[in-house]
Structure formats: C-alpha cells, structure tokens
Design a protein around this ligand. Structure first.
Ligand code: URA
Length: 237
C-alpha cells in the first residue's frame, strides 16, 4: 500500500484514538525500520516498513471481519439514538471507526451477523448477483403441513411478493419443532412472512450460516470472534 501518516495508521486499527497514537509517538515508543520516530506526520508503509510500538511488532490489517452471535433485542446497525446495536457489542480490541453489519437480522432474530469495515466485501456478499446462501433455524409452535413445505420448496407467493424456492427440512422434532431453512435471497422479513403463510406460528429465529461458513457454536449470545482469511473466503462460497 501507499505510505500513510504513522498516527493515522496506528489509529486505524482501533484500540487507540488519533490523539492516543500521537501521545505514544511523541513519547518515543514507536520505531520505524529500527529508528525512533517522534513526528506524527512521518509516513510509513506497513507492508514494507518494520513498525514496532512499545517493543511489539505492529500487525497492520487493512480490514477486520467479525462473526457475532447476535443476541435478541439489539438492532443490526452501527449506531442508533435509542437502541443498543450490534456494533455497540463489539469488544474494544476489535473496535474500528467504520464498523457496520454486512446484512441485517431483525431485532428479535439471533445468530450469525458479519461485522466489518470492508465496504466492497460487504457489497459483494450482499449483492443478489452472487447469491450467498443464508441458513436459519426456525422454531415453530407446531409441525408445518407438507403442502406448505412444498410451496416453500417450489417458490411461494405472499401478497404481491414471490419468494424463490428455498430449502426446508425438519431439524428437530419436538413440541416446538425446529426447521432448517436455506434462503437464496434476502427479502424483508422473509422467513417471518413465509411461516406466516403456513398453519404454524414462528416462535424463534436464528441464523446459523452464511455461504459455507457456520456460526461458531462456542460463541455465547453477544460474543464475537475475528475471522481468519480462510473463513472470510468461505463466506463467499
Ligand atoms: N427472515 C426474517 O424474517 N427475519 C430475519 O431476521 C432474517 C430472515
């Protein structure tokens, strides 16, 4: 990448504000290619220059990709004047200035939300052209009649909207049956509207995968993990 001001580079990784970055630099804690740099406007390229802060190598990442297990009651937004957002729940060590959720889950839906600061990547995985499948577990109050399951598999109409064929199978047969549903599109309140057109009532909804990447089962509601390059690639397939 091109050279960038060192205070800006340090602040871009979250954790430290621009003024904190300036303080660290002025106190002589930043070395570039072995020399202490005290000027905040000094420019460096993290791909080719060795940057050490307080004795530790500065591992610069252009973008961050975070998997969150979204709890109920938070909104899929960066900020909101009244409601708690998924970005509010991101832990300090992963926080960056431009984070946003790539795709929305309803306030009462739980599960896999991708949070990133990579606008082009988010655009790619959300674009209808690329058809990134999303899989959900839908808990209902009763077994859905076979005729409705067939409609969902063949493509169903709801009001003046037509939904593309979806995959649906019974996942857990209990008093509150759980269905695994894979959508190849993402229309507003799609699963809620599909189930509302059947004999059953939706009790809970959780997203368990995006593309070939599944929600990490060890994440408690509200917890996050940073994705590896391999996992980010799985999101696209
Ligand atoms: N379908 C819905 O109805 N809600 C969601 O949050 C996701 C899919």
């Amino acid at each position: 990448m091109a050279k960038e001001r060192i205070d800006k580079l340090i602040a871009s990784q979250g954790m430290r504000s621009r003024s904190d970055a300036a303080k660290i630099i002025k106190s002589g804690k930043v070395c570039i290619n072995g020399a202490v740099i005290k000027s905040t406007s000094f420019k460096a390229d993290p791909d080719t220059d060795s940057i050490v802060i307080d004795g530790e190598r500065f591992a610069y990442k252009k973008f961050i990709y975070i998997m969150m297990n979204k709890p109920q009651g938070v909104v899929s937004a960066s900020r909101d004047p009244k409601e708690k957002t998924v970005v509010d729940l991101v832990p300090e060590e992963m926080k960056r200035p431009e984070l946003f959720p790539a795709g929305r889950l309803d306030k009462d839906t739980t599960g896999f939300v991708l949070i990133t600061d990579d606008g082009a990547f988010a655009h790619y995985i959300l674009s209808p052209k690329h058809h990134i499948d999303k899989t959900y577990l839908a808990t209902t109050d009763t077994i859905i009649d076979e005729s409705y399951l067939e409609q969902m598999r063949n493509g169903m109409a709801s009001g003046d909207e037509v939904f593309l064929p979806a995959q649906i199978e019974l996942y857990e047969n209990t008093d509150s049956p759980v269905y695994k549903i894979t959508l190849h599109e993402g229309k507003y309140h799609q699963i809620k509207r599909m189930i509302a057109a059947t004999n059953a009532t939706l009790l809970a909804l959780k997203r368990i995968s995006m593309g070939a990447l599944s929600l990490d089962g060890s994440l408690l509601p509200g917890e996050c993990k940073e994705l590896s390059d391999k996992e980010v690639a799985q999101l696209k397939s």
